[in-house]
Design a protein. Sequence first.
Length: 436
Amino acid sequence: MTERKNIFVLGLDEANLPTLRNVPHADAYVFHPLLTVEELQHGEVSVAELKEKAESILDSFDGSIDAIVGYWDFPVSTLVPMLGERYGTRSTSLESVVKCEHKYWSRLEQQKVVDEHPRFGRVDLEADVPRPPEGMSFPLWVKPALSYSSELAFGVKDEQEFREAVEEIRKGVGRVGRPFEYVLDRLDLPAEMAGVGGQVCLAEESLSGVQVAVEGYVHGGEVTVYGVLDSINYPDSSSFLRHQYPSALPEPVVRRLHDVSARVMRQIGMDSATFSIEYFYDPQADAINLLEINPRHSQSHAELFEYVDGVPNHHCMVSLALGRDPSLPYRAGPYKMAAKWYHRWFADGVVHQVPTREDLDRIEREIPGVRIDVVPEEGQRLSRTPQQDSYSYELAHIFTGGDSEEDLRAKYDRCVAALGLAFDETTPGGRDTKNA
């Protein structure tokens, strides 16, 4: 019998374990947790300390280290190539990851090969009166060059909102920016990045239209796009309501998304890795604009690919790390379409009647083709839930598979009703007023 492959997963969490175990040949793999999500993403992290802690776990492991993988943003994305270099596991280069993660450097690379991106520029965080970059007009998005889950990203309509957003970013940019300096120090940076650092604020002209995500991988220098998904927001909000697969965009637009993605990923120099690129498509102007590049596949979409194509997208990550064929089957799943829904609350409050895992298992049995993960714990104040966007709080992630949009929505509505979450000590206004 062939020995099972030892695959170390940075930030392995309970929500992703079922889909990891559903990848082809999973019975030949052993998935080992390497650091917790809390260690990796809560508070201000130290990359050097995390690397040291991961190395002590790996050094004490009595067996082969066949792959080191991860599906989270910084610092996981940068730890994968750093650890890979030490233990001889397959990954893309650290430089290619940083060219995706550092939003300013990423824009500099994108503009060398495509025009499909918004106007952008740096904002001086040290200025007494910060101003938008020259030649740019409102509305704008203001964001740190590095962040988690749209944290500290603000849409602004005028100078007043711009100054308020910059002040918020000034106070919070160090949480991710300072640790990132450690990573930047390990690279030979080009002249255009000299002195830029990790604590950078970026302004970009606002984009409009349909938001889409393009997922793919680079294998042997060849870029493959394996899926395009629609990202649909709550009405009058920048917060996601759901990701839906496959995209409803016309085929010529999908082909253009494939082309832009391939050109950009070749420029960045990624290989043996997955990626996820977010775009806006404006149907009125027939214009594509690249929003951001993630140097990892989206674990949020694992169930969607499993529902529609028959295999979760984790398969591509695992196969690339082992040097195997990463290709996914096409439309071999039980449903024509699938969605990941974000059940959100747009005001602060304390959560009660949070269902147990047994309650969730019962709901999943009663409604075929659904999976539910609840975010807050019983009695938790929403404003103390980590890694939320600037405008809302996530209550639950609800995955639905179906044969029509009506089917997906009906299953989602049934799940929300069955969850029965209750709130007290709610604070009117706050985040919900920002959506006006």
